[in-house]
Unconditional design. Sequence first.
Length: 342
Amino acid sequence: MDALIDKQRDDRIDKIPYFNINPKKDIFIIGYTSGTTGVPKGAMVSHYSFVAVLEDVNCQKPNPMTSANIYPFGHMSGSATLAVSLICGNAMVLYEDITAIDILKSIEKYRINSVPMFPYFAKLLLDDNLTKGYDLSSVMFMNGIYGLSEYMTPVSGGTNGSVGSVHNNTELKIIDLISGQSLGPNITGEICLRGIKMFSGYLNNEVQTKAVIDRKGWLHTGDIGYYDDNEKMYITDRIKELIKYKHWSVAPAEVEALLMTHESVAETVVVGVRHETDGQHPRAYVKAKTDRHISGQELIDFVEGKSALQNRLRAGVVFVDEIPRTVLGKVDRKQPLNIIIR
């Protein structure tokens, strides 16, 4: 890399090349979905839509600042973060490998001001008191943002569990999972989006494109959530991750959140296991804390005593050394599901 930089250091071009494009039709970038529940898909974003995303950029003080980019450039988040840094004139710290310790060391070394944060990393920092011994006084912003490869930054300003309010030029509605009817405040359903930031479709995959964009131009995100009386948005789960137990839909995130309150649980993922008559039974894969001893039955009883009947861990608890995650820090649900299928 150093040799390549040295070779190009003194290169110059006479003028910036001009390309005749149709901003609304021609593709500016292809970002790949995280693939937590299936094969990653190439989301095509037009010049027009990408510029619409950048129109929402608010360069924060100090300007310029030093920011961390923990996202891969093959994912839309990494590409958007790079573009924002160029617009605001920010210095950017990149990582060859990302761990919580790497982030802490880089904050101290490079005096980073802004750090986007995976929920997984944030929990590690808090639970394990990893921040002790590092000078983090330069950090002014540390947050997570709700977005999709198919529709970047539909909301912003998240606080206290909310992912924020809807951006300008974006329409959002919550629909009932069965009837498809629009729902009012504080009622959970699927989040649908429409607006100028929406992607153009999946690369070489018209079938999947039509599956997520309906005839009225609404993007069906597959995310489950609701908005409150102040129009603040909340995300609660993913449709593809719902466990079908008899006539109930069990939200894995709800059971996972409960298990994480147990003093012996470090990480967990809950998936559905096929059952002949009931559809699926919930099973928890658990990474226990190293200084704790816990049995599967104890965790089964813990969930039964604190949750609804349909949330019980009828398929049991499996202890694992690590919970599989993607490069974006999301739980990779395919791995435990593949184990179950085999």
